[in-house]
Write a protein that binds this ligand. Structure first.
Ligand SMILES: Cc1ncc(COP(=O)(O)O)c(C=O)c1O
Length: 384
């Protein structure tokens, strides 16, 4: 059997990883400013994480949600404490798309309504309602086309108000990313996201925040929306939550009541996944990774402002986009081929995304900055 050929692959096979470094099958070392798509939070192969998964596997790897799983409770408790959402409740799943599906489903079940407002440039996953909420017609199959999702330009308060009132009779929820990821790291204005919260509160519509990419400390706060002082009714997480182990979650505000059998999953919240997610939170806390992400991100953002050939820089913490006046693919290729650094692309071909592990060091950042300055023909960012 051959593989179903859906991925445009880099000519690279990774065999080993540690911290922010990767090694390919030829023993060549790479610096990871991509994090396997913003997934690697505490760093590759962190010893505490490896140990936690190993020792859990020796006890029990999986049992279904038909029995009590104390690891789920421990995880919910720790996540609540670190995120500042101790009064919320947690439903565990396996991926980001699945987290969003369950967020939509709950909002729809409880409101008895079926419409959602989503935003231009958004990405919420590739399944059913998640892909219907995603602003990318190229990945929406005819079976996923839905009139239940209304798209509004991002950061456009006036249009949002119009669409909100026009659809209010049928509106179950509004979904936004904490900071838009694949769309190119677009940050909501505080006024915009506060207006979403306000209108949702006023009319009893669920405010859903997708923190799948922007959560788990990546932006220098546990959740990106915490920069804007809002409290969504429903928050979805995945990616950094398991540092590569597949796990996702939905956080529900205390006013949202669970009903037996309303949601469910076979694999979600299994013992092994919970042990991985618990190890991630313990390492994040012990190594102060949220503060480090903020500081390292600030250092990176400040240094990048010295580059004249970067048209625009956007970001918070270690979730950064660089826009060029030209296609960014040549820059990414040179970074990879000549300087052995991996970076991410975005929806716009002129954009590069930087999403390194949260523990990336200043030396590693400096190596990236010097390499980029060589490629762009800029003065070294460290020259006086
Ligand atoms: C903001 C956001 N939401 C949802 C998803 C979907 O997550 P998954 O690929 O785990 O289904 C992604 C994935 O890139 C994402 O960036």
């Amino acid at each position: 059997m051959k593989l179903f050929d859906v991925y445009p692959l880099l000519p690279l096979s990774i065999e080993k990883a540690m911290g922010s470094r990767l090694w390919d099958d030829k023993g060549e070392e790479y610096l990871d400013f991509y994090g396997g798509h913003a997934v690697i939070s505490i760093g590759h192969s962190h010893s505490a994480y490896v140990q936690a998964i190993k020792s859990q596997l020796e006890k029990i790897g999986f049992y279904s949600n038909a029995v009590i799983n104390p690891l789920q409770e421990k995880l919910a408790e720790k996540l609540g404490k670190l995120s500042g959402y101790g009064d919320y409740s947690l439903f565990l799943v396996n991926s980001g798309a699945e987290a969003n599906e369950n967020a939509f489903k709950t909002a729809s079940f409880l409101s008895g309504k079926k419409k959602f407002i989503s935003f231009r440039n958004s990405f919420h996953g590739r399944t059913s309602a998640s892909v219907a909420a995603t602003d990318d017609p190229s990945i929406i199959a005819p079976v996923n086309v839905s009139e239940n999702f209304v798209f509004c330009p991002f950061n456009d308060i006036e249009t949002f108000e119009t669409l909100f009132y026009r659809n209010k009779e049928d509106l179950a929820g509004v979904i936004t990313e904490g900071i838009q990821g694949i769309g190119g790291i677009h940050i909501p204005s505080k006024d915009f996201i506060k207006r979403i919260e306000q209108l949702c509160r006023e009319l009893g519509v669920f405010f859903i925040c997708d923190e799948i990419q922007s959560g788990y400390g990546r932006t220098g706060k546990f959740f990106a929306h915490q920069y804007f002082e809002v409290r969504p009714d429903i928050i979805t997480v995945a990616k950094g939550m398991g540092n590569g182990f597949p796990i996702g979650g939905v956080l529900f505000s205390s006013h949202i009541e669970a009903r037996k059998k309303m949601l469910g999953t076979t694999f979600g919240g299994n013992h092994l996944a919970c042990s991985a997610a618990l190890a991630v939170l313990e390492v994040m806390e012990r190594e102060n990774l949220i503060v480090r992400s903020y500081e390292k991100g600030q250092y990176l953002l400040d240094s990048l402002t010295k580059f004249r050939k970067i048209k625009e820089i956007r970001g918070r913490g270690l979730m950064i986009a660089l826009d060029f006046d030209f296609s960014a693919s040549g820059v990414s290729r040179l970074l990879r081929e000549k300087y052995k650094i991996l970076v991410d692309s975005a929806k716009n071909s002129h954009t590069i995304r930087l999403l390194p592990p949260l523990g990336i060091t200043e030396e590693e950042i400096d190596y990236f900055l010097i390499s980029l300055s060589h490629i762009l023909g800029e003065r070294s960012p460290f020259a006086e």
